[in-house]
Structure formats: C-alpha cells, structure tokens
Write a protein that binds this ligand. Sequence first.
Ligand SMILES: [Zn+2]
Length: 319
Amino acid sequence: MANRELVVGSLSAKPAEKTAGVHEIAVQGKPYSFSMFLINGKADGPTLAVTAGIHGAEYASIAAALDLGRRLQPDALRGRVIIVPVVNMPAFQARSIYVCPLDGVNLNRVFPGKVDGSATEQIADWVFQNVIKQADYYVDLHGGDLIEALVPFTIYPRTGNARVDNASLEMAKAFGTRYLVRSDSIGGSTYATAAHAGIPAILTESGAQGIWQPEAVALHTNGLNRLMRHLGMLTDAVLESLPSILIDQFIWLRSEHDGFWYPNALVDEVVRQGQDLGCVMDFQGNILQAVQAPADGRVLFLVSSLAINKSDPLLAIGA
Ligand SMILES: [Zn+2]
C-alpha cells in the first residue's frame, strides 16, 4: 500500500523522502527550535516517534537518536519515523541536570503540557500535540543524568488499557535491555502520558554520568533497530529474542535534607530489605538520614554526587 505524507510543524516528508530540519516555535514569546528528522518509508506502515534530550545531559540517548536520524533511509523503511534528538535544547546547552534552565522545571513531569503555561509546559505541549500524538508507537530515550550511575533498563507503563499495556510490554521486550521495569505511572512523564492517550510507549535508560561510551549508545541504537523489526517497519533481519527480567516495583529513595550524600551501595547491586545504603550528612558531618533498603531488590540507579539537596533522588531499587 502507498504511504502518505508526514508533516511535523513546518517540516514534511513525502513517501520515500527524508527531511532533516528545524521547526521554530515561541516559548514565553521567545524563539525555540526543534531540530528533527522525518523519515518516510516507501511502503506504508506504522508511525514511530523517538525523542531524546528531554533531560539535556543524558548523552548516550541523544547520540543514539542522532545516529538513527543520520542512518535511517526511506528505502529500508515501512511507515514513518519522527526523531527529535534534543527536545530540551536549553538544558542541553546549559548541561543542566534534571531541569530546563528556562524555569527550573523537570520536562518529564509536566506532560502533556499547556499551550499557555510555563516555558517547560509549553515545550511539552508542542511535543505532545505535534510529535507524540500522531505516533502509533513512542519511545523516549534517557539515561543516567550527569550525576547518576545506572544499569540499563526499560520502563513500560501499566494504564489498565490491556491493548496499550500489552503492546508497551512487547515493545520493551523487543528493545532488549535485561531489566524491564513496570511503572504504574510517573505523573507527567512522556511515556505514561502517551500510554494514557492510547499510544503504546516505553522509556529506555542507558548511559550515565556525562559520558557516552559506544556500548551505551549501541544499546539504544540496537534496541531501536530491534523495535522497528518487531513493529514490522524494518524487514532486513530476523528478530532474535533476548532474555529479560521483569521488575514490578520501581522504588525511589529521596534525600530529606540539603547536605552530603555518602552512598554505601553500588549500581546493579542486589540488596536486602533493611540493608544500609548510605547516609545524608549536614555540612558539619552529622548524620541526618540513614538510608535503608525498603525491600529486597536491585539498585537500578544511584546518585553519585556528594552534593545533595532536599527531595533529590538518592537511588532507585527495582523490586
Ligand atoms: Zn532522563
């Protein structure tokens, strides 16, 4: 069947065309640019949206999105792919941890955004309305931030909509990280908002601490290739299945104080309920918070900065 034209903002790609360019919007009255790739296959198929740089310093994921955008050609593709390698350009350019420097807000907590909201809400609104909503499937690429060590994992949402939940889990399995973490909702996140809107979605995590080793980038790019084969968008190779471990609880531990963070666990370490995981000290070295494992599980990410602020994440356990 013949394919149709792909249009995202001011950019478009006819069937069998590829477009790389910039769409400009106004955020709080100031120009804001989205650099994007639109790849439209010769043959019809699903529409896949891929975003990275929702958090601006998660470099392995950003490098992987750019790599896919440069490499993927219409001839090889069934359907349409929209790639936004750096959604949060102000955060990328400022090397900002967690938040958008325009307003200090975490972009992955305000989806679907608001057209007349704060800067970050306006960015989310444009991405949700123009990129995510026209997709049949959605992948949001992440990794450990500048101050986070992390073992690769993929989050899939559970919304109660069996069709969407099953499709999201199958996407996560196809992507192929070892750990698959079920999320009953992280409010305002890209993938959960997409899933609640009926679009199967996953959030993938690989790379950490401001470095983008080839293997961390490859985990994302190989995962995207496997996912596109799973969705019938690439047909150049058979999809082999990779073993995965399903994790039902994603438990985040947070600092209750400003101060120093002394972790006493390693990323990917298997921990037991009650195990000492570290402490938060005040600036005189007095222990303010002793951190213990609330359940048996595995450390999926761990903040590695000595500086810690009240309500910052310390680590997360998959249980
Ligand atoms: Zn992130």
